[in-house]
Write a protein that binds this ligand. Structure first.
Ligand code: PLP
Length: 405
């Protein structure tokens, strides 16, 4: 189960450092170093020397951005890797969301989830759209299709669901509602890199899907993102919009934005793709170890991974229920005091932030499932360089957290 050896420089460094902190290595004698800090994630970095040739090429050809050769290569490589037809790279996922909404000319009210990263709803405010929050399903913590219809008004134009933690939304039910009410669907797929359902890439669903390649994501380009379009015409419009609306040297068709990905980021993405399979494999092993180690711990529920095809193990959320002897926040603090920095994703709910909390749909009574999950969730550390003994350290810390502060 623990077999994988990652042969990256970064990993070798990580191992060396981690060994210093390993309780066995230090023999826990007097003056032994305290166990190292573990963060909820750590970006995957391939060996630096593998990146140098890409930089040399950029220095040679002096193309830094504006759809340069690495940009074009990464779009092609992602089409192939993800099994989708049209990819538009972006400088980050937020600009991808903003541009996706602009490209579909979304106005008025948009139904979305309160249980996400704040950029989901912020993208709506950037266009003066009104977010309408709908509660989530208890199993996946994704937008609950059964509650969408009641939130539709004559002003509703679109649905903006999130494949939270890389777990697929109920795409069939959401599409059926959208078809019935003539609504557009834009998936915030920022957590869903490489995830598949039984028909292929999850990113094929909806009118558009938006990815993030932020440093914290499974696949990162330092900062970055992409929009997946269903056809060439949609991609072309998006490509114009991400370049200020320029169609040619003298023609600007819309008030577009600067959302372009630069060559260094695109080159880094190409290199990352070479390592992605082993990174995902290691994430899967850690996921399995957590589930095995936390099975039977009363009051702790590990959120299942529900994708029927490929999964990406982007996060490892646990829910700390009332049967656990201490609250989620106490557990969070106790883990932190032992150097384990989990994150309460997603707490607070987006609907609790000041720019949203006045909306009628933001009321807690409208969002009971999301509110409960937000008060119970804690994401445990998961990233390719996380060592087995650190995984065990996290499991032990959760299991013994109630015993001693
Ligand atoms: C669900 C979700 N939506 C949007 C974003 C924004 O992406 P970015 O940070 O690339 O702008 C993120 C993460 O960062 C996210 O997790």
């Amino acid at each position: 189960m623990w077999g994988l050896e990652l042969e990256s420089h970064q990993d070798r460094q990580g191992r060396k450092q981690a060994r210093l902190h390993h309780p066995d290595a230090s023999a826990a004698g007097p003056g032994a170093p305290a166990p190292g800090k573990i963060h909820v994630t750590q970006p995957y970095l391939p060996p630096l020397e593998e990146f140098t040739p890409y930089l040399e090429e950029i220095w040679r050809n002096k193309t830094l951005t504006n759809g340069g050769p690495f940009h074009q290569m990464l779009e092609a490589a992602l089409r192939e890797h993800l099994g989708v037809e049209h990819v538009s790279l972006f400088s980050n996922g937020t600009l991808g969301l903003i541009t996706a909404l602009q490209s579909l000319r979304i106005t008025g009210e948009v139904i979305t989830t309160p249980y996400s990263f704040v950029a989901t709803a912020h993208s709506l405010l950037w266009h003066g759209n009104k977010p309408v929050f709908v509660d989530v399903e208890p199993e996946t913590l994704n937008l609950d299709p059964a509650k969408i219809e009641a939130a539709i008004t004559p002003q509703t134009t679109a649905i903006l669901p999130v494949h939270c933690y890389g777990n697929p939304c109920d795409v069939a039910a959401i599409q059926a509602i959208a078809d019935n009410y003539n609504l557009r669907v834009i998936y915030d797929a920022c957590h869903a890199f490489g995830v598949e359902d039984d028909g292929g890439s999850l990113l094929r669903h909806g009118d558009l899907a938006v990815l993030s390649f932020h440093a914290t994501k499974v696949f990162n380009t330092f900062e970055g993102g992409a929009i997946i379009s269903p056809d060439a015409k949609s991609k072309q419009r998006i490509d114009h919009l991400k370049n200020f609306g320029f169609v040619d040297e003298v023609t600007v068709v819309a008030p577009g934005i600067n959302g372009k990905m630069g060559e260094v980021n695109a080159a880094f993405g190409l290199l990352q793709l070479k390592h992605i399979e082993q990174a995902l494999q290691r994430r899967a092993e850690i996921d399995e170890a957590y589930r095995a180690g936390l099975t039977g711990v009363k009051g702790i529920r590990c959120l299942p991974q529900t994708a029927r095809g490929a999964r990406n193990h982007a996060y490892f959320p646990i829910l700390v229920g009332p049967d656990f002897p201490i609250s989620r926040d106490t557990l969070y603090e106790r883990l932190k005091s032992r150097g384990i920095h989990g994150r309460r994703y997603f707490y607070p709910l987006i609907s609790d932030f000041p720019m949203y909390r006045g909306l009628p749909s933001a009321q807690r009574s409208n969002l009971p499932v999301a509110a409960e999950a937000s008060s119970q969730v804690l994401c445990l550390p998961i990233y390719p360089a996380l060592e087995n003994f650190d995984v065990q350290r996290v499991i032990d810390a959760v299991c013994t957290a109630c015993a001693r502060p």
